[in-house]
Design a protein around this ligand. Structure first.
Ligand SMILES: [Zn+2]
Length: 177
């Protein structure tokens, strides 16, 4: 499976708005403040990223496959999805400032699958979607997800349950207690 990415100015503006709103509300992104010099101006972009290995793993874990995920290249410091209520969640806003494409794709795709798995029905979803990425370290046998400073304790808990059960449901149950 390949994801197609294009640049659209309107989407870039939208992702900056979302980013700025988030920073205004929280001061940082769950404890991380990433400063970038916005030195890149994208004029045109079209490319694809092969995500077949990632998607094959998620199919097994979540029990379904999501097709028709859209890709947009953006100039924000972070890559993201837009999972605000009422938005179409199946778009990855891929930051041109990201150094590691596979890691970022694994992270954002995980968010999309997690959203379809339970979304806002999961307690504290906005943060849960971040601390659940700890299981990526097991799925990909590598420490690719360090997580946000604020979430370290709960990530340990999720990871322990995941190693025992390999079930997202069990992990959700454990943290919702
Ligand atoms: Zn994230």
């Amino acid at each position: 499976m390949k994801l197609n990415f294009i640049y659209r100015k309107a989407d870039d503006i939208k992702s900056w708005k979302r980013y700025n709103n988030f920073i205004e509300k929280h001061g940082n992104v769950w404890g991380i403040k990433k400063e970038i010099k916005p030195i890149i101006k994208i004029k045109k972009a079209i490319f694809e990223i092969n995500v077949i290995e990632i998607v094959n793993k998620y199919k097994k874990i979540f029990g379904f496959e999501i097709k028709n995920i859209k890709g947009r290249l953006v100039t924000t410091p972070f890559s993201m999805i837009n999972d605000e209520k009422g938005q179409s969640v199946d778009t990855i806003y891929y930051s041109i400032y990201t150094p590691y494409p596979s890691i970022v794709l694994a992270h954002e795709l995980f968010h999309i699958y997690f959203y379809h798995f339970g979304g806002y029905k999961i307690k504290n979803y906005e943060e849960a979607k971040e601390y659940f990425t700890v299981i990526l370290n097991d799925i990909f046998n590598k420490e690719i997800s360090k997580g946000y400073p604020k979430h370290q304790k709960i990530r340990e808990k999720v990871f322990k349950v995941w190693q025992k059960t390999h079930s997202i449901d069990e992990c959700i149950k454990a943290v919702e207690g």
